[in-house]
Design a protein around this ligand. Structure first.
Ligand SMILES: [Zn+2]
Length: 307
């Protein structure tokens, strides 16, 4: 991978304000009016936009590693990042003779310690938890598209000027074919973690975060201190009923290869999802509100992080 200085597009809100201010004294009144009806949240994480990313990804078909759909999934991510001013690069690799690629984007390069946010974008090639159709692929609305959707909307909404860190967004391929055809889980994140030019200070995975019935617990394989910090931000935002600061599951997910390198890493995952690895993992099971809670928590965490 090579370094790229990401260019942040100024938010529409800032450009709108500048234009209004330039209009002169009357503009002050307009700004005051806007202020009465809007808050800084005007430019913050929007669950409906994130949900659109879920629908768009599922419309591409299954994003199975090494297939046309998988290629389209990676392309979609890179194009959506570019549209909001983040320059993405592909990190190609091969797993079990199959071509795969992670997508990585960076912003605030050189500003401070690196925080890496990750999500897998590939979907499982067979729905082996589906009693009726176990040979069909998983649509991956929640398991695949939801984490990507949160990171893409975060790329749009995050106020990088308020973030004291360098931020990496990583979209992992080849996470979700574990136990199928001799494949292991988390191949993409394993490859990235083994080929780091720089060491992140912290790593956060989002996976399966879109369930309408959302309860996100501490994961036993996650850094407990970092988990507590993120869950505390969620509680401050009023999401205490959804972010429960108690351990429940022990997850094998894309945070593990980074944890194993000594990097504090956490997995934000709602593993109580009845449609997991079935053909029923479709956009109607995903909630914009759930995506928004996770996105706004990450946004607030990054904009208030104290290194
Ligand atoms: Zn999965």
């Amino acid at each position: 991978m090579s370094d790229h200085q990401a260019i942040r597009r100024r938010s529409l809100w800032l450009m709108g304000s500048a234009g209004i201010l330039a209009a002169g004294a009357a503009g002050v009144l307009v700004v005051a009016w806007l202020g009465a009806f809007s808050t800084p949240e005007l430019s913050s994480f929007d669950g409906a936009r994130a949900y659109d990313h879920v629908v768009s990804q599922v419309a591409l078909g299954p994003r199975v590693t090494g297939t046309e759909g998988g290629f389209a999934g990676g392309h979609y991510i890179a194009a959506e990042l570019a549209a909001v001013g983040w320059e993405a690069e592909f990190q190609p690799f091969e797993y079990q003779g199959t071509p795969a690629r992670n997508v990585v984007a960076r912003a605030n390069v050189g500003r401070g310690p690196i925080i890496l946010l990750g999500a897998h974008y590939d979907t499982r090639r067979r729905a082996d938890e589906d009693a009726d159709r176990p040979m069909e692929p998983v649509p991956g609305a929640n398991d695949g598209a939801s984490g990507v959707a949160v990171l893409l909307e975060l790329a749009r909404s995050l106020d990088l000027d308020r973030v004291p860190n360098e931020i990496w967004l990583a979209f992992f391929d080849a996470e979700d074919n574990g136990r199928l055809d001799g494949w292991d889980w988390i191949a993409g994140s394993t490859y990235m973690a083994a080929n780091l030019a720089f060491e992140p200070e912290a790593m956060v995975v989002v996976d399966m975060v879109g369930d309408a019935d959302q309860q996100i617990y501490f994961d036993n394989n996650s850094d407990r201190e970092l988990s507590a910090r993120v869950w505390a931000v969620a509680a401050q935002l009023g999401y205490g009923a959804n972010f429960l600061p108690f351990p429940r599951y022990t997850m094998l997910d894309d945070h593990i290869p980074f944890r194993d390198r000594g990097i504090p890493a956490i997995d934000i995952i709602d593993f109580d999802y009845p449609h997991w690895h079935t053909t029923e993992d479709t956009p109607d099971k995903v909630s914009a509100d759930s995506l928004e809670r996770v996105g706004r928590t990450l946004e607030a965490f990054l904009e208030t992080v104290d290194n």
